[in-house]
Design a protein around this ligand. Structure first.
Ligand SMILES: [Zn+2]
Ligand SMILES: [Zn+2]
Ligand SMILES: [Zn+2]
Length: 144
């Protein structure tokens, strides 16, 4: 086995354990991919990378990861639902990923921009905010 693959795999296993998640083949594989790719991934992206996988199991894995604070929704202004790896100490039901996401219009990749915080919104009187998304679109460093 390639030493890098080994390293990534053990990181994924460690992360799952630290979030009190049982190690399953699917969970380790999906987390490996998020760690290796360093960009937001949709369920479709994961299906293409993983090959023949059970879609329901993959869907449930993503939902569990989001609930447990491993990944967060990375809204990028497209109709694709993408997820990105959490960088902070997110936990069960609590996320701290209030940052911008950059979407490259040329290659379609979406990344987290931790340095840019999403603004705190004061909604109109009588309105309640459930989610705020700050999306930056343009060209990435590779596509310039
Ligand atoms: Zn998070
Ligand atoms: Zn690009
Ligand atoms: Zn993010």
């Amino acid at each position: 086995m390639h030493p890098n693959t080994n390293q990534v795999a053990s990181n994924a296993q460690h992360l799952l354990k630290s979030h009190q998640l049982r190690l399953t083949d699917m969970r380790v594989k999906v987390l490996d991919l998020f760690m290796a790719r360093a960009q937001a991934l949709s369920q479709n992206d994961l299906e293409q990378e993983l090959g023949k996988v059970d879609r329901i199991t993959l869907y449930r894995t993503l939902r569990t990861f989001e609930e447990q604070g491993l990944i967060h929704k990375a809204m990028d202004g497209t109709d694709k639902q993408k997820y990105a790896l959490c960088q902070h100490d997110c936990g069960q039901g609590t996320h701290h990923d209030h940052h911008a996401h950059f979407h490259c219009d040329t290659c379609g990749k979406t990344i987290c921009v931790e340095e840019i915080a999403a603004p705190v919104i004061t909604p109109p009187l009588g309105f309640a905010v459930s989610e705020t998304h700050l999306v930056i679109r343009g060209r990435c460093d590779v596509c310039q």
